[in-house]
Design a protein around this ligand. Structure first.
Ligand code: C2E
Ligand code: CA
Ligand code: CA
Length: 353
């Protein structure tokens, strides 16, 4: 449906890259579909015959990996790199280990607070998963989420994260300190018909965290399969779950599309926040994202807030919430309530007129 192959007889890496760049140029302007201006992006992976494989099977497998690499790099273009292809047995072992890790409770949920800038009050936390591997120690999500997505393990993984978030809130509620927890979902989760059902089940316990779950999906996930994503997102919204668009600004979504999404909140990608002080472009993107989101009635979270300067600049721009090392690093969930108890609300300078 949305994958295409181009064959370039007699070409080399350079010719293939030139062609790929040309394809990007042609796809860059928005396409008018219905009354929407849809922005289409393509990720292009390149394989060379015979250097990268002698059989169609190998070439297709490797071009697939190159496409994935293109997505990961955010460049939209990558030539297959054999270095990135660990021996299949090694990857299979890792996948098997991950499956057992989910079953055996080797996953841990870290929490990072989100703070409302105007009051300095903690208004929620994001759940970030880690894998406490018996031999390798703590493995960050960047090293296994991709694998989970490709092996179907993202489904039990996300189910574990959701259940853990609900359990935490049940526990917190008993101590009168419930707080919304945001869970990250992958594109694959949105194609999983059983997901809204699982959430419905978790919500059905009256002592559980009704209204305390939030969902974050990245802008590119929302764009990947807009029609399908829209349906599931509306279903989740109907369950009363606030939706946040993560990594905003990295995915080229059009403003008109954004308006159609049942989204409550936009999270400005950390790269813009980080570069805000040094790059006029980044500062402009942050400023216009905040203004635009507010015009559309959405709230804005800035992530990657690392310094006092970031905080002040964002407060002056009217950003609603902040998350980042300046406030706190992600911490084990057991440490969170203690942190919350000791937390002194951060002071906000008066907003610029
Ligand atoms: P994300 O959702 O964009 O999460 C924010 C990442 O930025 C986290 O990395 C967090 O530790 C880090 N971070 C927070 N504040 C700062 C800061 O001030 N400076 C810097 N430099 N970094 C900061 P982490 O925990 O390694 O997670 C990476 C990504 O893994 C997440 O990005 C998310 O896409 C994915 N992920 C984590 N947990 C889950 C999960 O349960 N399910 C799914 N599908 N993906 C997850
Ligand atoms: Ca997130
Ligand atoms: Ca993010």
């Amino acid at each position: 449906g949305d994958e295409f192959a181009l064959l370039l007889p007699g070409g080399d890496a350079q010719a293939a890259q030139a062609l790929a760049r040309r394809v990007h140029e042609v796809l860059a302007p928005p396409f008018a579909i219905a009354d929407l201006a849809l922005d289409v992006t393509a990720r292009i992976g390149i394989v060379l015959y015979p250097e990268h494989g002698l059989t169609p099977h190998d070439l297709f497998r490797h071009v697939d990996m190159a496409v994935r690499q293109a997505r990961k790099l955010g460049t939209g273009l990558a030539v297959y790199d054999p270095q990135l292809n660990p021996a299949p047995t090694q990857r299979l072992t890792f996948a098997g280990e991950l499956r057992r890790a989910i079953e055996n409770g080797e996953l841990v949920l870290y929490l990072q607070p989100k703070v409302e800038m105007a009051s300095g009050r903690v208004c929620g936390a994001e759940g970030l998963v880690r894998w406490l591997h018996p031999q390798r120690g703590m493995i960050p999500p960047g090293e296994f989420i991709d694998l989970a997505e490709r092996t179907g393990l993202i489904r039990p993984l996300s189910a574990w994260v959701l259940e853990t978030a609900f359990q935490l809130n049940k526990h917190w509620r008993q101590r009168d300190r419930p707080l919304p927890i945001a869970v990250n979902l992958s594109a694959r989760n949105l194609r999983d018909e059983s997901l809204p059902e699982l959430i419905r089940q978790l919500q059905s316990d009256p002592h559980d965290g009704q209204g305390l779950l939030e969902i974050e999906i990245t802008e590119s996930t929302a764009m990947e399969d807009p029609e399908f994503a829209l349906r599931v997102l509306h279903e989740l919204r109907a369950l009363g779950i606030p939706l946040h668009i993560d990594d905003f600004g990295t995915g080229y979504s059009s403003l008109s599309y954004l308006q159609k999404l049942p989204v409550d909140c936009i999270k400005i990608d950390q790269s813009f926040v980080r570069n805000m002080a040094s790059s006029k472009d980044s500062a402009l993107i942050v400023r216009s994202t905040i203004d635009l989101a507010h015009d559309l009635g959405r709230k804005v979270v800035a992530e990657g807030v690392e310094t006092r300067q970031h905080w002040e600049q964002l407060a002056a721009l009217g950003c609603d919430m902040a998350q980042g090392y300046y406030i706190a690093r992600p911490m084990p969930s057991e440490a969170f309530q203690g942190w919350l108890r000791d937390y002194q609300p951060l002071a906000t300078p008066p907003a610029a007129p």
